[in-house]
Write a protein that binds this ligand. Structure first.
Ligand SMILES: O=P(O)(O)O[C@@H]1C[C@H](O)[C@@H](CO)O1
Ligand SMILES: Nc1nc2[nH]cnc2c(=O)[nH]1
Length: 301
């Protein structure tokens, strides 16, 4: 008996939120709908964070589909997120790139935010590079640093906000997936070596990303607390996508661009703002493209 039937047979009340998570067959239909519009069959997926959509510039022979044209896809509502699915070749390899993502604070449920990752899985994607803009909590970080994510803290998950809440379909993955190895060690080592070879060592770091729901930026005390528990950078995305990707066996690399330094001192006149986030994305755009495209050249997919 599948999980959903089991829930019903026990007389459990399933909230509309939970039942509206798409069943496997509908994710298959959406995948088919997309693949009919492109001849590319990507094994690599890339998700671009705020202001990082410039990664699409490195893609050759691009074929573009707007999220609004795809059944069930969340439409991006935030500046810096174009809301387009871009197929093409990066360093000679077929890829699918999400130019922008959806966030909890836009009002989308987690299963909708993460639907594109399940679609990627059914397309044949085996490796995912996920990027975001984040505030630096680590006192040694500078604006413009690139942080290779080695682990995350799913803060919304502490109160049960997790994209895997609800009946589990074993066709996607297990009921209780491990997350301690979510950020692939081999990919992180390759990224660090390539950063060194490109002369990027001064601004490439490795650290822990913490997700909050947003859209408000953190208070000073929240930043201090997050730093105390071991986070190096804070943001409003990525973790749900990583949980869903890891659940279905996709290999993951995460990159955070440190777009601003979190305000750690009371009464500081500095404040976080989305304009600075987008400007830093612009400033580091070429270096990020170089790091990602060089990595992709080496990847065995
Ligand atoms: O999509 P990401 O996580 O890169 O976007 C970050 C978090 C907020 O959406 C926004 C704040 O400036 O940037
Ligand atoms: N939560 C959070 N998200 C960000 N995205 C970019 N900068 C920040 C930040 O300082 N905090």
């Amino acid at each position: 008996m599948d999980d959903l039937k089991l829930h019903r047979s026990k007389g459990m009340i399933i909230s509309p939120e939970i039942t509206s998570a798409l069943p496997y067959s509908e994710v298959e239909d959406i995948t088919k709908e997309i693949l009919e519009k492109t001849h590319f069959r990507p094994k690599l997926g890339i998700i671009c964070g705020s202001g990082l959509g410039g990664l699409a510039e490195s893609i050759e022979n691009a074929e573009v589909i707007d999220y609004s044209e795809i059944t069930g896809f969340p439409v991006s509502t935030v500046p810096g997120h174009a809301g387009r699915l871009v197929f093409g070749k990066l360093s000679g390899k077929p890829v699918v790139l999400m130019q922008g993502r959806a966030h909890i604070y836009e009002g989308y449920p987690l299963h909708k935010i993460t639907l594109p990752v399940r679609v990627m899985k059914l397309m044949g994607v085996t490796t995912l590079i996920v990027t975001n803009a984040a505030g630096g909590l680590n006192e040694n970080y500078r604006v413009g640093d690139i942080m290779i994510i080695k682990d995350h803290i799913n803060l919304p998950g502490f109160s049960g906000v997790n994209p895997l809440v609800g009946p589990n379909d074993i066709k996607f993955g297990p009921r209780f997936p491990a997350m301690s190895t979510a950020y692939d060690m081999g990919l992180r080592q390759t990224a660090k070596r390539i950063a060194k070879e490109l002369g990027f060592s001064d601004f490439v770091r490795e650290g822990v990303y913490v997700m909050l729901g947003g859209p408000s930026f953190e208070t000073v005390t929240e930043c201090r607390m997050l730093r105390m528990v071991g986070a190096d950078a804070t943001g409003m995305s990525t973790v749900p996508e990583v949980i869903i990707a890891n659940h279905c066996g996709i290999r993951i690399m995460g990159l955070s661009l440190i777009t601003n330094c979190c305000v750690m001192e009371y009464d500081s006149p500095k404040v976080a703002n989305h304009k600075e986030v987008l400007e830093t994305g612009q400033m580091r755009s070429k270096d990020l493209q170089k790091l990602v495209s060089t990595m992709v050249k080496e990847l065995e997919l």
